[in-house]
Design a protein around this ligand. Structure first.
Ligand code: ADP
Length: 398
């Protein structure tokens, strides 16, 4: 079991005016895969390093399996950390690199006689003692880890004779061989090229299934976060913005920052006016009056939202071209992305808009319009509209 709990955790680096981590609260459950995601400098690594014990905690508590570990040495926390730069020993073979983690580990065993039966003390209890792993035990564990990671054929090589992806697997091997309570991974894939990163991402999903342990994973890449995490923790300026499943964060971002950070291509944000007349809302957008669904109207009523200036958010894939559409814009550029076209358009009021259109079925007049900067008409998929407070960026519907 490994349950990691952070309560009111702060980190102040000496000399820095602003804290790196602010009032961080999170419980990572046993066998859960949690991803910390956010732009560079938002405090992800610092939080991970505090869990590992590599960085002091300025305020608050961190518990592992209900034990406060604030002052516990990293080696006593029984968690393994995998870094971006692998940190392999260059003069050792792959085998030695993986075995190294076990050579100095002390395990508790019970004393046995020559026949292998436990020796008992005066009270009839088994006698425990600390010992190192034997060579045979180390060998068995290294071979098992190598097989899990499919690196058996490279065991005799030195790290410099391996590709980036293979090195990363060795670094993971060194972590899993110790069978720690939890794995902490700090941008483990960011040194790899795009193709290899996709492959290793899939491998981490498989690895996680095989070893079924607790993972806390740090990345600045929202795609990595969305594909790996059971839950993701979106951070900005040391502050948690939202914690949720990838779906929750995608479908109901808590504020403008999360909405803009999660999802690719990015969500469109359009300043507009929310109007209300006798309990019926409408949105004045791109110079047009947009009627809204009865469901959305009811939600706004229930929340007692007043008529106000707002930011409307809509993902590019939730805008539908339609010759009878109520909204209009002029195409600026059309980018061919394979199965999708990304249409950059400018609406009335000079607002930029990106629309993702399935490539299939784009022909004739519509193709002309898209590629020759014509005028397009479209509708917004009503159930996919997000409304944000223009002042503080909060999601008005959450
Ligand atoms: P992330 O992992 O999200 O990129 P970090 O946790 O590395 O962010 O950094 C968070 C903030 O703390 C940044 O402003 C960074 O400059 C600062 N910081 C990180 N490490 C140190 C350090 N050792 N000394 C001083 N400031 C640091």
């Amino acid at each position: 079991m490994a349950n990691v709990k952070l309560q009111n955790v702060y980190k102040y680096y000496p000399g820095n005016e602003v804290p790196a981590v602010v009032d961080f609260n999170l419980e990572v459950k046993d066998k859960e895969f949690v991803v910390f995601v956010g732009p560079s400098g938002c405090g992800k690594s610092t939080t991970l390093r505090m869990i590992a014990g590599l960085e002091d905690i300025s305020q608050g508590t961190i518990e592992i399996d209900d034990v406060v570990v604030n002052d516990m040495e990293p080696k006593d926390r029984d968690i393994a950390m995998v870094f971006q730069n692998y940190a392999l020993y260059p003069h050792m073979t792959v085998y030695q690199n993986i075995a190294f983690a076990l050579k100095h580990k002390r395990i508790i065993d019970i004393k046995k006689d020559k026949e292998g039966n436990p020796i008992l003390d005066k009270e009839g209890k088994e006698i425990q003692y600390k010992r190192k792993y034997t060579k045979a035990e180390i060998n068995e564990k290294v071979m098992e880890a190598a097989e899990t990671l499919e690196i058996t054929e490279y065991l005799k090589r030195k790290p410099k004779a391996l590709s980036g992806g293979q090195r990363q697997r060795v670094a993971i091997g060194r972590a899993i061989v110790r069978k720690p309570k939890a794995f902490l991974m700090d941008e483990p894939l960011s040194n790899l090229d795009a193709k290899l990163r996709n492959q290793m991402r899939a491998e981490i999903i498989l690895l996680r299934k095989r070893i079924n342990s607790t993972f806390i994973y740090v990345t600045h890449d929202q795609v990595e976060a969305m594909t790996l995490g059971d839950r993701i923790v979106v951070m900005k300026d040391g502050v948690i913005q939202q914690v949720g499943t990838p779906n929750e964060v995608f479908e109901m971002p808590s504020n403008l920052f999360v909405a803009g950070f999660i999802g690719s291509p990015k969500m469109n944000f359009i300043d507009c006016e929310l109007e209300e007349n006798k309990g019926v809302y409408s949105i004045n957008i791109l110079g047009e009056k947009l009627k809204i669904s009865a469901e959305l109207n009811q939600k706004l009523l229930n929340k007692g939202i007043k008529a106000q200036s707002i930011v409307l958010g809509i993902r590019p894939e939730h805008i539908q071209l339609n010759e009878n559409g109520s909204l209009k814009a002029n195409v600026n550029i059309t980018e061919m992305m394979g199965s999708q076209l990304l249409v950059h358009a400018v609406g009335k009021n000079g607002k930029d808009l990106v629309i993702s259109v399935p490539n299939i079925g784009i022909k004739g007049e519509l193709k002309d319009t898209l590629y020759n900067n014509g005028e397009i008409k479209f509708n917004l998929q009503e159930e996919s509209i997000h409304l944000f407070d223009i002042e503080n960026g909060e999601n008005l519907l959450k």
